[in-house]
Design a protein around this ligand. Structure first.
Ligand SMILES: [Fe+2]
Length: 240
């Protein structure tokens, strides 16, 4: 559908600037050699199907969905943290009612997943998944524990920097964002091909949360801020 058939004027989203997003093929990140397209991409116009998307309601969100430390009988082991931030569109306007889903390893760096069998303990009090909706100001907040780094098989002695996976449904299908949030000062950044696959240093920095004393709670939890920008020149890099 286009503006002629619907009567609605379609404003296309800006394309990301060169170097701000990882290429779909980045050989040091081995999985991309199998799943990246072999042919040049076909650039599709933005029509009504692309600039609209699903709308989520509060009724889909459970009481402890944004508190990953409160989903079981006892608290999980680990360093308790508060991760909060705001979601913005390409014009810097807050995106309200956006569904944010997160998933992560536990404090020992182990996922509760059949594929993760490395010798680190599972935590019976930690599932590692949460979700929430942004409020009127585009703000969100999760309580969780800091994930541990974990080994993977990409190359010799490969370890992922500690990270939390995020999926954000914007207001349109093309503003859906899947990415990873990292923690400041991680010594593994220099060795991580997923982090390094983003060409621009400035764009890589957008994936690192900031320690935040304002949201740090005395005697209880450290605060980290992570803002997300959906599309536009300052867009948060997408995970390949
Ligand atoms: Fe991961």
């Amino acid at each position: 559908m286009d503006s002629v058939s619907t009567g609605i004027s379609i404003k296309p989203y800006a394309r990301p600037p060169q170097g701000s997003q990882p290429p779909s093929l980045y050989e040091p990140y081995r999985a991309t050699t199998k799943r990246s397209p072999r042919e040049p991409l076909v650039v599709l116009p933005h029509t009504l199907s692309e600039i609209t998307g699903p709308i989520f309601g509060q009724d889909k969100i459970g009481e402890n969905d944004n508190d990953l430390t409160g989903q079981h009988r006892d608290e999980p082991i680990g360093e308790r943290i508060v991760v909060s931030g705001r979601v913005f569109d390409s014009n810097g306007r807050p995106v309200s009612n956006a569904l944010i889903e997160i998933w992560q390893a536990n404090a020992a760096g182990r996922y509760r997943h059949i594929k993760d069998q490395h010798p680190a303990p599972l935590d019976p009090n930690f599932s590692g998944a949460g979700r929430t909706l942004t409020d009127e100001q585009g703000a969100y907040r999760f309580i969780t524990i800091k994930p541990g780094a974990y080994p993977w098989f990409n190359h010799y002695n490969a370890w992922r920097p500690a990270h939390i996976h995020l999926s954000v449904f914007g207001h349109a299908f093309i503003t859906r964002l899947v990415t990873q949030m990292y923690f400041p000062g991680d010594p593994l950044f220099a060795y991580d091909p997923i982090f390094q696959s983003i060409p621009e240093e400035r764009a890589r920095q957008r994936l690192i949360a900031k320690f935040d004393l304002e949201t740090t709670q005395p005697q209880w939890a450290k605060g980290f801020k992570f803002d997300v920008v959906l599309r536009g020149p300052e867009a948060t890099p997408f995970e390949t």
